[in-house]
Structures are given as C-alpha cells and as structure tokens.
Design a protein around this ligand. Structure first.
Ligand code: S3P
Length: 448
C-alpha cells in the first residue's frame, strides 16, 4: 500500500482571462478498456491517443503481468499483442493498481473466470474502497476472493476453473461493476446477462461489439438488459481514444468562473452516458456553444466554446442524471459556489466511495473557502456567492484524490484569495498535463 511519493502542495491565485484552446488528453475509461480488451483479443491492437496517466500505465503493467505484450511506440501510440479470451497466464507477483478503481475492478473481472490466482493491491486510497460490489457478482461465476475486512484490498482472487454464466441485476449504478461482470462472462459458457436500471457509461458495450463480441442491449421496463455470449474470439482493433470529457470539465469550468475568459475545448464527448455536467452547466446559464458535432473514435463529440458567465444560477440537479456526471460533482460544486442561489445535488451517495469521500472533501474545503454548505449521506447543497464572490484563502485537503485537487485549484483561479491544496501529486493519475495546460490558458498555478 503506497501513496504517490512525496506530497506536492500546489497553489492557485486569481487568474486570467483564460484564452486559447484546451486540448485535454485521452479518455481514462476508454484507455483502460483499450488495453484490457486488446489483451483479450487474438493479435495486435493498435491504440492512438491513449491517456498516459498513472492509472492507465498501471493497467498496462498489469496486462503485461497476465502475459500480454504491451508496447509504447510514441506519445499516446501503443500496441497490445493479446493472448485471447481465457489466455491469461498467472502473474508471478502482486498486481498493484495504484489509485485506480476502474483498473482493479475491470482486471478482477477479466481473470475471474480463468483457473488462476492473483493478488491485487493499490495505494492508500484504493485500499479503502469497497471491492465486494465486484467480488459478490463474480462469486456467482464460481470465483473466490479473500480480502481484508469489508472486502478491501489487498485481496487474492481465485478464478473459477469451471465458470457458469450469470444473470445479474446491478444493485448500484456502476459501470465498473457492469464491466467486471461482462469481462468475466467472456470466458464463461452460455449467456451472461447484466441488467442496469439506470444507464451508466457504455464504453464496454460499444467496444466489446467493436472487438467482435456477440453482445446485445435491450431496453425494457426493468432497464437495460445486456446479453453477452461467452467464448467469442475477440478481433484486434485500431482504437482511437477520444478526449476525456471528465478532464475537459476542468478548463471548461475554469473559463466559466474566471473573468473575461473565452476558450475552445475541442472534441468533448456528447455520449449521453457521459455528458451530464455539460447539460447541467447549460441549465445554470453557462455560456457554452456546442460547435462542429461529429464522431471521433466511435464517440459523438463536439467542440465547446466556453465564455466567462457571470450570471449562472443554482439549480436542482436531477438525481437520475448522476451516473452521467458522477465524476464531475466536485468541479460542479465549485461552479455552484460562483453561481447565485442554491445548487442542490441529490442522489449522490456514490461520491462517498470514490478516490475519496468526495461529498466530505468538497464540503470541508469549500467551507474553509467561505462557502456555505449543507450535506447529508446522499446530498450536497452549495449556497452560491455569485461571480467573484468566493473568499478563498484556504489550504484544502485532497485525500489522494485527483479530482478534488484539480477542483480546488480551479476554485483558486477565481477566488478573492489564493487557494492551496496539500497534495496535487494524484493529478498524474488522470490529467498529467493539467498544470501546464491550465497555465498555458492563463491560470496562475504554482508549486508549493
Ligand atoms: C468508470 C466508472 C465510474 C467512474 C470512474 C470510471 C469506468 O465508476 O466514477 O471514474 O471507467 O467504468 P463507477 O462505475 O464505480 O460509478
């Protein structure tokens, strides 16, 4: 169990105006999946635009440990020589997934129906997160898992030698759990069925179909019924990873709150399972123009022209929108602090089991910056102070959480006084060029 080396404090001060183009790196969810599905195909998958963040690099290392050949050819250009469904070899050492819940949960699913044993660990944040949500459905295939109290890492997973197919209704709206079950179903006979009441990000479904799996999605009264036929031969693909809408959220929201800003954020996903933040911001009165809609890397995208918006109003975010913006609540709560009126975020208890307890981390940090907050187990309410109205002047704790660190650094760009974070080192997990990209637009972010 480790952190990220030495803590790296960082400070942001009143910035801008922000100008220019914010070309954010590749999508984290799709990058993990490109490596994992590539490792399960027979032959060479070529990937361009891969996110070279620490989370994805940890997944690349894990795929090598299971026997795939994973090679970097240039910036974002990688190849994976896959070993085929069921072709993994037993790793000779512990698999360290670092900070990545997506990495560990998807990889557990991938090896769960092959007769082998693997032990997983991660950093101090990942070792606090619940794995039972994945190992419970995997046990239905015949997989066994032995972890610490509460289903925590480190954990040893014994793959099922004779897996049976599974029909599983997701008890939580989680694309990670859905994907783990589908990945396990690849090496089980017959049909594995996952039912999700609320749609979550659908990259696994889209990509599995692209890799040649027999997968269908039926919309029923129960929700989405996803049926996967076991034992396909996955065909290697050329995967062009689109930019990450969750990373694009940071320059977008910064431009909305920093006086005089006018930026372009190219290639932002308009996939309905990922674009909840952008709909919410538009409802709050944000000046965002969606230009040049097209398809990139199999995803619907648009270029966003984003201008400083001094007239945003707090809204009630519909709880059913949560899965499509689950990673964006921290930065939305920053924008909410610079809007007028209350922004009410209900149905968000999943935020408590992310890289940190994000309701608590945002509530404590925003309060320290002078913002009034209300919260309960499943709710976060931010009382907006209007454009330029947030005092700031605090040091915020990031709890090994990249999105908490980036959110408070964005807040500092528009607050009256500087905001520091105690540790910005986790930003490398998802957005390694954050500091340079933001300063290039006109931000005043410095180390220390
Ligand atoms: C992800 C799913 C989400 C999200 C995470 C990435 C994925 O987690 O928070 O950052 O790639 O499947 P949950 O499935 O736990 O909601």
């Amino acid at each position: 169990m480790s952190g990220h080396g030495d803590a790296q404090p960082m400070t942001s001060a009143k910035s801008g105006p922000l100008k220019g183009t914010a070309a954010v790196p590749g999508d984290k969810s799709i990058s993990h999946r490109a490596l994992i599905f590539g490792a399960m195909a027979v032959g060479e998958t070529k990937i361009t635009g891969l996110l070279e963040g620490q989370d994805v690099l940890d997944t690349a290392r894990a795929m090598r440990a299971f026997g795939a050949e994973v090679v970097q050819h240039g910036a974002g250009a990688w190849s994976v020589h896959g070993v085929g469904v069921g072709g993994f070899s037993e790793p000779s050492d512990v698999i360290d997934c670092g900070n990545s819940g997506t990495g560990v949960r998807l990889i557990m699913g991938t090896m769960a129906t092959t007769a082998m044993t693997a032990t997983f660990t991660g950093d101090a944040s990942l070792c606090k997160r619940p794995m039972g949500r994945v190992t419970d459905p995997l046990s239905l295939f015949g997989t066994q898992a032995y972890g610490r109290k509460g289903g925590r890492l480190p954990m040893t997973v014994v793959g099922a030698a004779n897996p049976v197919p599974v029909r599983y209704a997701l008890p939580v709206a989680s694309a990670q759990v859905k994907s783990a079950v589908l990945l396990a179903g690849l090496n089980a006979p017959g049909e594995t069925v996952v039912i999700e009441r609320e749609p979550t990000r659908d990259h696994s479904e889209r990509m599995l179909i692209g890799f040649g799996a027999d997968l269908s999605v039926e919309k029923t009264a129960e929700g989405h019924v996803i049926t996967l036929k076991g034992h396909p031969e996955l065909r290697p693909q050329a995967v062009a990873v689109p930019r990450d809408p969750s990373s694009a959220a940071f320059p977008t929201c910064a431009a909305l709150i920093v006086d005089g800003s006018d930026i372009l954020v190219p290639g932002v996903s308009q996939n309905l399972t990922r674009n909840g933040l952008y709909i919410t911001l538009s409802e709050m009165g944000a000046e965002i123009e969606f230009q040049n809609p097209r398809t990139e890397g199999g995803e619907p995208v648009a270029d966003l022209r984003v201008r400083f918006s001094d007239n945003m109003k707090g809204i009630e975010v519909p709880p059913e929108r949560a899965p499509s913006m689950i990673d964006e609540y921290p930065i939305l709560s920053v924008v909410a602090a610079f809007a007028t009126g209350k922004t009410v975020m209900r149905g968000v208890k999943e935020l408590r089991v992310k890289e940190s307890d994000r309701i608590d981390a945002m509530a404590r940090g925003l309060e320290a910056c002078g913002v009034q907050i209300e919260e309960d187990e499943d709710t976060l309410i931010v009382h907006g102070m209007g454009a330029g109205g947030v005092p700031g002047g605090a040091v915020c704790a990031t709890h090994l959480d990249h999105r908490i660190a980036m959110s408070f650094l964005v807040a500092g760009m528009a607050s009256r006084h500087e905001i520091s974070v105690d540790d910005a080192s986790p930003i490398v997990t998802s957005f390694p060029i954050f500091e340079g990209l933001m300063n290039g637009l006109g931000a005043s972010i410095r180390r220390g």
